[in-house]
Design a protein around this ligand. Structure first.
Ligand SMILES: [Zn+2]
Length: 64
């Protein structure tokens, strides 16, 4: 496959591959380049971590 190198610079989470994968962009959604499953920005686990980090930040901001 001839794909420009920076095609791989950003990856998204594919729940089917259970990995961060290169993805294809269509008008409405992004799809896994490996299996064609719609991808998400984060895995469920990372989403929780991200949310927690945000909540932590918010709490700190509120306290100050
Ligand atoms: Zn996949």
């Amino acid at each position: 496959m001839l794909i420009p190198h920076d095609f791989y610079s950003e990856k998204k989470w594919c729940p089917k591959c259970r990995n961060y994968v290169p993805y294809l962009v269509s008008l409405e959604k992004c799809y896994c380049a490996r299996c064609g499953h719609p991808v998400t920005l984060f895995s469920e686990e990372d989403k929780k971590k991200f949310k927690k980090a945000l909540e932590k930040k918010r709490t700190i901001n509120r306290a100050s």
